[in-house]
Design a binder for this molecule. Structure first.
Ligand SMILES: [Zn+2]
Length: 479
């Protein structure tokens, strides 16, 4: 855990308790269903301590019992799993052409995934804040209608974000020194849950680390594939943030001497020669005839269609972008020796045509043989990975010991417990119970701006269990 204090500190039994609660919660998340005996055997905590910690986690509705199972010596044991029902975490991804919101429950199961068109290239910062806040409000209202307590909202932005939540620079959006975190808290009327703003590539990397086929890979990179091109780097199981949190700006490494001018003011940045707008310019020279492209998805679909037909100019454009991406991946391979480099966003859907040239360039430019073992692959998370990572960030924070203060639906008179010392303030809704279905699938989101018609996506409460695909994974990437 991070601390700003220096020098010797008194031992704090409350912190020990909070740490142990988090140890048990993480164990249950990673090994569910599991028994109290399993926890004791693996964590080294004694059985009485485990019983007490489990009782507190049950009381806080962070875990629940699922019934009996035969244990190794044949006696039935009560099994434990993470309780998804009472809590939710929300992530919003801001891209130049759309906003994406994802909500998950505490078990990591997806509750909703919505997209909304957004013209980030022309929206003023004020309008952008309003649009983000409106979408956040609708998601908050939806999960509250499911009788869940919101634990946190994390907003992913393609740019430099300082620890206070101010966007120092987002070149594709034209934002400079925008106090997005503070503005959103104000727009959301100072909500009880925490509001965090974070770099989109970092959150996408966190999503890769917790979900999907490369979950748990200790050294991985996610390259965002939108208007911007950033690298989220997990090194030795931890998110690489750097001194001020500005690590991973691969998109602004110059790769073409005297190349095209980048919005950052430099020339030949990787982003300006290999970002999705550059691909569209190369593959679809007619795309900008009616003005700048503000919605990438249809253009990327056209590129994919032409590539499938084997159109030589399209394949050549994709190979050119692939070579630049391989160059960028090689810079990372030489610096941090990743096991996998995942092409995210729109790149993932074009990977079959990007990867051959990218792999050749990666190997040619990396000192270590076979690119140091780095595999260049398509992300399985698709667009919206950073939104999923935003929701995951809150779960990560809970797993690290920032436990909710009191469980919803209980007016317990007992002391909230030592772990409260490491939690945020959290007024809890009263007299609630988990809802299996949204009582108001048409929304119930009055007063939050806009009609449902402008949203696309899935909602686990109304589209069935197949929408609930996210899986809990052990992770410690942000610690
Ligand atoms: Zn640049």
């Amino acid at each position: 855990m991070f601390t700003t204090q220096t020098g010797p500190q008194p031992a704090d039994l409350a912190d020990v308790r909070a740490t142990n609660l988090a140890v048990v919660l993480r164990f249950v998340r990673a090994h569910a269903p599991c028994s109290r005996a399993d926890i004791a055997a693996t964590t080294g905590l004694n059985k009485a301590t485990v019983s007490s910690l489990v009782a507190e986690l049950l009381d806080r509705r962070l875990i629940r019992e699922t019934g009996l199972a035969e244990n190794r010596i044949g006696r039935p044991a009560t099994m434990l799993v993470v309780d998804g029902a009472p809590y939710a975490a929300i992530g919003i991804e801001v891209s130049i052409d759309e906003l994406t919101v994802v909500a998950v429950d505490l078990a990591g199961t997806e509750l909703l995934s919505w997209r909304r068109a957004f013209d980030g290239s022309s929206a003023s910062p004020g309008r952008a804040v309003s649009a983000i806040a409106a979408l956040a409000n609708r998601a908050v209202n939806r999960v509250r209608n499911q009788r869940r307590e919101v634990l946190g909202l994390t907003v992913a932005v393609p740019g430099l974000v300082d620890p206070s939540g101010t966007v120092r620079l987002a070149t594709t959006l034209g934002w400079r020194d925008l106090p997005l975190g503070a503005d959103l808290r104000r727009a959301l009327r100072d909500p009880a849950f925490e509001v965090v703003v974070e770099n989109d590539a970092n959150l996408a990397a966190l999503a890769e680390y917790r979900h999907g086929p490369y979950a748990g890979t200790a050294n991985l990179v996610h390259l965002t594939g939108g208007a911007g091109l950033g690298a989220g780097v997990v090194a030795d199981g931890r998110l690489l943030r750097g001194g001020r949190g500005f690590a991973g700006e691969l998109g602004h490494v110059p790769v073409v001497p005297d190349g095209p001018l980048c919005p950052c003011g430099r020339r030949g940045c990787l982003e300006v020669v290999a970002g999705v707008p550059a691909l569209i310019r190369r593959a679809l020279p007619d795309a900008a005839e009616d003005g700048p492209v503000t919605d990438f998805a249809p253009e990327v679909d056209r590129i994919r269609t032409k590539a499938r037909r084997g159109d030589p100019a399209t394949l050549d454009a994709l190979a050119g972008i692939g070579r630049h991406l391989g160059h960028g991946a090689a810079l990372l391979a030489n610096l941090v020796n990743p096991e996998v480099v995942l092409l995210g966003g729109y790149f993932a859907t074009l990977a079959q045509w990007l990867l051959p040239a990218a792999e050749a360039e990666l190997i040619a430019r990396t000192l270590a043989p076979e690119a140091g073992g780095a595999r260049l692959l398509a992300s399985a998370l698709g667009t919206g990975a950073a939104a999923a990572g935003g929701a995951a960030r809150t779960l990560e924070s809970v797993d690290a010991g920032r436990l909710p203060l009191r469980p919803p639906g209980r007016s317990t008179a007992r002391d909230p417990g030592p772990a409260a010392r490491v939690t945020r303030k959290s007024p809890i809704r009263s007299s609630v119970s988990p809802a299996e279905r949204d009582p108001d699938p048409t929304g119930g989101d009055a007063g939050t701006g806009g009609a449902d018609a402008d949203l696309t996506g899935t909602d686990a409460a109304t589209s069935g269990p197949e929408a609930a695909t996210a899986k809990p994974q052990p992770a410690d990437a942000t610690r």
